[in-house]
Design a protein around this ligand. Structure first.
Ligand code: TYM
Length: 373
């Protein structure tokens, strides 16, 4: 299948494409690829999701949600709050309910329009669970064992991790393929999972001799903020699970907290460089300049021009101002929306109804293909 990196494909604008390769399916040793063409002829559709576990970070916003908003103009988009993924690690039920509504509110506050796009929470549409089971039977243990996220999240005690955490990528494939989604905007950390979805789609199409039934979904990883790094360590991803709150900006942080976190952010002793090549060994400079560029909707290179030769303190001051200016309207809107949870629930219910309308006929076909009576 075409990697999608053509000028005809609107997702792959050459000036902002940073996702290179990896779209071609890896060889699957468990079965031999037949000569059957894997061409999918259905419509293009975008699907993505965010977990309601803990606070949303700047990484979630710049790497994913901001990009979801941009995609609505030109594509049919389905955006999901993946509550079933969240319970792969323990969630207090009351916290989960609140976080689910909060992620839905953040989507809307950032500009996801629930009239144009479909916005819902995963557990409302049973197709996800059903297709995930079928994919559990298609995917191989060896594929799952290679997933770096499982290795990181399960840590030293794999045997104590939930079975759901291990099978997580099959549920993610089901999320995407229950709608035959063709494009999946994500941050770089999710690339391996989307590639596994391609493997699962391809093996299903092969095993059940239904070439082109499922599309092979493309990860869409674009822009300057595909991997926002920790403010305390430029070699680690910014993450909601980092024990240090100083490592991340949360979408709920107030102005003073944002200013304090940028002030304390790790730097190096040199002035800021003027050429991209000079960022190679300067992860902290790269990260802060990248965050600035993402918020300002500018190319990294023009932001580098602006700060070339300046001290980190100047960048930090301007970055603080820019971050507050961009995030406070979103934070305020989340607070406003959260005051009326009933309204959020209505949006999610309406989204789930529209999501089912797409998934139901696909699942009827899947059941027939698999041999369920
Ligand atoms: P989650 O909830 O961890 O993160 C949501 C989105 O935010 C992106 N992201 C980042 N991007 C840049 N820099 C960072 N530091 C950063 N941290 C997080 C993630 O890449 C993601 O795009 N498994 C997924 C949720 C999911 C999903 C799906 C996504 C479930 N089913 C189907 C796409 C399609 C996850 O845990 O994302």
């Amino acid at each position: 299948m075409d990697s999608g990196a053509t000028s005809a494909n609107p997702f792959f604008h050459p000036t902002i494409l940073i996702y290179e390769g990896g779209a071609a399916p890896r060889p699957l040793v468990e079965f031999s690829m037949s000569d059957i063409e894997q061409t999918y002829t259905g419509p293009e559709r975008v699907f993505s999701g965010v977990q309601p576990s803990g606070n949303l970070t700047l990484g979630n916003y710049l790497g994913a949600i901001k990009r979801f908003v941009e995609m609505q103009d030109r594509h049919d988009c389905i955006y999901c709050v993946v509550d079933m993924h969240a319970i792969t690690v323990w969630q207090e039920p009351e916290d989960l309910r609140r976080a689910t509504r909060e992620v839905a509110a953040a989507y809307m506050a950032a500009g996801v329009d629930p009239k144009r796009s479909i916005l819902f929470n995963q557990s409302k549409v049973l197709a996800h669970a059903e297709l995930a089971w079928i994919f559990n039977c298609v995917a191989r243990m060896g594929w799952m064992e290679r997933m770096t996220q499982f290795k990181e999240k399960s840590g030293k005690h794999k045997e104590r991790a939930s079975l759901g955490l291990f099978a997580y990528p099959a549920l993610m494939a089901a999320d995407i393929l229950a709608y035959k989604a063709t494009h999946v905007p994500v941050g770089e950390d999710q690339k391996q999972h989307v590639e596994l979805s391609r493997d699962i789609a391809q093996k299903f199409n092969n095993d059940y001799n239904c070439p082109g039934f499922f599309p092979l979904p493309e990860p869409v990883i674009q822009g300057v903020a595909t991997r926002v790094m920790s403010l305390r360590d430029g070699s680690k991803k910014m993450s909601k699970s980092d024990p240090s709150d100083l490592s991340r900006i949360n979408l709920t942080d107030d102005h003073d907290t944002i200013a304090n976190k940028f002030r304390k952010a790790k730097t190096d002793p040199h002035p800021l460089p003027g050429h991209v090549d000079e960022l190679k060994d300067r992860p902290e400079a790269r990260n802060l300049l990248g965050i600035y560029a993402a918020f300002a909707d500018e190319e990294l290179i023009s932001v580098m021009d602006k700060f070339a030769g300046a001290q980190f303190s100047q960048l930090k001051n301007e970055l603080t101002e820019l971050t507050i200016a961009k995030l406070s309207p979103i934070t305020d809107e989340v607070t406003r929306l959260m005051a009326d949870p009933g309204e959020i629930d209505k949006v999610l219910e309406d989204g789930a109804t529209r999501a089912r309308e797409i998934a139901d006929p696909i699942m009827t076909e899947v059941r027939r293909i698999v041999g369920f009576v």
